[in-house]
Design a protein around this ligand. Structure first.
Ligand code: ATP
Length: 593
């Protein structure tokens, strides 16, 4: 298969503004792809070489990529950099520079997909001394072997800036159509994806072994299961009603979620985004190894940092700082981490995701050697709102941010990759504030004025519409940023900058600058309001109106652990808006006092 097929396809994808067209284009691409290459084509198209959880990534430093463009074109590094300053897109620069080079010999062999994949793989894997030179050579050779257009996409791939904006669900739709002729089979593929987190593997299986094999996917050690997520409600009464009168409640700790896979003495830790974070938490890996009794097990829990002086929980930010700032060893000593377990997905050969919450909890208790550093999270069964409130108070006093209620009904299985009402989070309520922060995707920016001239004055942010697979605006956020934050914004968002509204963004507002949906920030505001200018939940509450956040402010929290599709969804916004209407009279009374 020629790589030019892929490059042409990427070009078309960049031009399209409709998701259905994107799916159709993907189907055309998959139909031209031999079965043995389909996994590789899927990975490349999502800007990777392997699934997320395999820690081999392209992400070459831009400086190195610039040097290889210079090497391939015979230009000086300075010249390439000069051009880059003008457009900001190294892909574009590469294409232009190589185009203006002398004509290549016509007999040149076309570049194959496998050649590209294997070379990129070598580049990604080469480490140690001499690896920089090796990477340079490999990349510049590849750039020369391809056409300028191919080189453009190769360069974007290696620096991790392909960003076609194709969601996993669009790929699943296209796979269903290509290999079964029916989009209706997507749920089968989706389940396989949810328990394997490996889009390429799902693709390869459906292409080579068919739908039955996809149906037989099993939870596997080493492949993270996409995590089950929680809905939110704001009163114990509503929680009980949803839970049919009785449920479990658990402490909700504010740390970092982790899925730990223990396989014969070896432990792998995966983050909420399914990245392998074992190296960042050697102490947690050790805890799992020593204290989970079975040799083969998958458990989930929340990692929290503890203040060694007081033994109290430290806030989430401390844990993230630990990851970024300190060496692992120093951080380990300064902030010892502990693991609060709350779920179990596999024990030896038995899949626990299909078992009920009470069965899972019981097993979790049985297989954990409890101590100060590792234990099943505090939990209780409740059947009235008073008990929920008491438990909630206890949780807050212990430094938690609230509780998570969990269904104990016969259907209370572990729903991989889904956010349903089987888990409901209940957090401390902020008076005269929204019941919860929301995570929004940056899709545009407005240039600043006065003191903010030269940087962005406000960011246009959006929430995720799961049905349409697009991002709908909910707010313009201009407060909550420190001067340093503001100054750093253009640089921080540079790699996402595009010269038109992204096809997956629905906005009535015109931004000065547009971005590919990529970065997620946490915001809070005073309340939700109906809005004629924002498109989130357009028409859901009132004709021609969307929902917006009033008095939005950045909380200071960049949600680096969330992908845009993991931002707050339109459905959640609608629920919170409805929630607010119900509780509003109470709030207003409070304000008058
Ligand atoms: P989400 O993970 O639901 O997208 P988020 O990252 O903004 O949202 P929250 O809304 O604060 O986090 O709450 C959900 C998270 O709470 C879970 O992903 C998990 O990391 C954490 N958590 C803490 N304690 C528990 C518990 N007992 N059961 C389930 N999750 C828990």
């Amino acid at each position: 298969m020629k790589f030019s097929i892929i490059a042409d396809f990427y070009e078309k994808i960049e031009e399209t503004s409709k998701r259905l067209e994107m799916t159709d284009l993907l189907v055309q691409l998959f139909k031209q792809t031999p079965n043995e290459l389909i996994d590789k084509v899927v990975y490349l198209t999502t800007g990777r070489l392997y699934p997320l959880f395999v820690p081999i990534e392209l992400g070459l430093a831009e400086k190195l990529a610039i040097r290889s463009v210079a090497m391939a074109s015979g230009n000086k590094v300075d010249e390439v950099e000069e051009n880059l300053k003008k457009t900001g897109d190294l892909g574009e620069v590469t294409e232009q520079i190589l185009k203006s080079k002398k004509q290549k010999s016509l007999q040149q062999k076309p570049l194959g997909v496998l050649d590209v994949y294997e070379t990129l793989d070598k580049i990604a894997k080469s480490t140690g001394s001499g690896s920089v030179e090796a990477k340079l050579k490999l990349l510049s050779r590849l750039l020369l072997d391809g056409t300028p257009k191919e080189a453009k996409y190769i360069i974007r791939m290696v620096i991790g800036a392909l960003r076609l904006g194709i969601a996993e669900y669009t790929v699943l739709d296209a796979l269903a159509v290509t290999y079964t002729g029916e989009k209706g089979n997507r749920p089968i593929l989706e389940r396989a994806f949810n328990i394997s987190s490996d889009l390429g593997f799902v693709a390869k299986t459906i292409a080579t072994e068919g739908l039955e094999a996809v149906k037989n996917f099993e939870v596997t050690l080493g492949s993270p299961v996409r995590m089950m997520l929680a809905q939110r409600l704001s009163t114990p009464e509503e929680i009980l009603e949803k839970m049919q009168g009785e449920c479990a409640v658990e402490y909700k700790l504010d740390g970092e979620r982790v899925q730990a896979h223990k396989n014969d003495g070896k432990v792998n830790l995966f983050s909420r985004r399914l990245e392998n974070i074992t190296e960042q938490y050697p102490d947690i890996a050790e805890l799992v190894k020593e204290n989970m009794i079975p040799e083969r097990v998958i458990v989930e829990g929340e990692i929290v940092a503890i203040d060694p002086q007081t033994g109290e929980l430290l806030p989430f930010q401390t844990l993230m700082r630990r990851r970024r700032k300190y060496g692992i060893k120093e951080a380990k000593e300064e902030f010892p981490a502990s693991l609060n377990l709350f779920d179990i997905l596999l024990v030896d050969k038995t899949d626990y995701t299909t078992k009920t919450y009470p069965e899972r909890r019981k097993k979790l208790e049985e297989i954990t050697k409890k101590n100060d550093r590792i234990k099943p999270v505090e939990a209780e069964i409740v059947n009235n709102s008073k008990d929920i409130e008491t438990f909630f108070e206890k949780a807050i006093e212990s430094g938690c941010e609230g509780l998570v209620a969990k269904s104990i009904q016969p259907d209370s299985i572990y729903e991989a990759g889904s956010r349903g009402f089987k888990w409901i989070k209940f957090k401390r309520e902020y008076k005269t504030e929204m019941i919860d922060t929301i995570d929004t995707v940056i899709v545009g920016a407005l240039m600043g004025r006065g003191r903010r001239a030269g940087t962005y004055g406000a960011l246009l942010v959006a929430v995720y519409d799961t049905e349409q697979d697009i991002f709908r605006t909910i707010s313009k956020v201009g407060t909550g940023f420190s001067d340093a934050d503001l100054e750093a914004l253009p640089e921080k968002l540079k790699e996402y900058k595009i010269d038109h509204k992204h096809p997956r963004v629905d906005s009535k507002l015109k931004a000065d600058v547009w971005f590919t949906p990529g970065k997620v920030i946490e915001i809070i505001g005073s309340e939700y309001t109906l809005s004629q200018v924002h498109t989130a939940a357009m028409g859901a509450i009132k004709k021609d109106s969307g929902i917006a956040v009033r008095f939005p402010r950045f909380t200071g929290n960049w949600r680096e652990d969330k992908s845009p599709e993991e931002a707050t969804t339109v459905e959640e916004i609608i629920e919170m808006y409805q929630e607010q209407i119900k509780t509003k009279p109470k709030q207003q009374k409070g304000k008058r006092k």
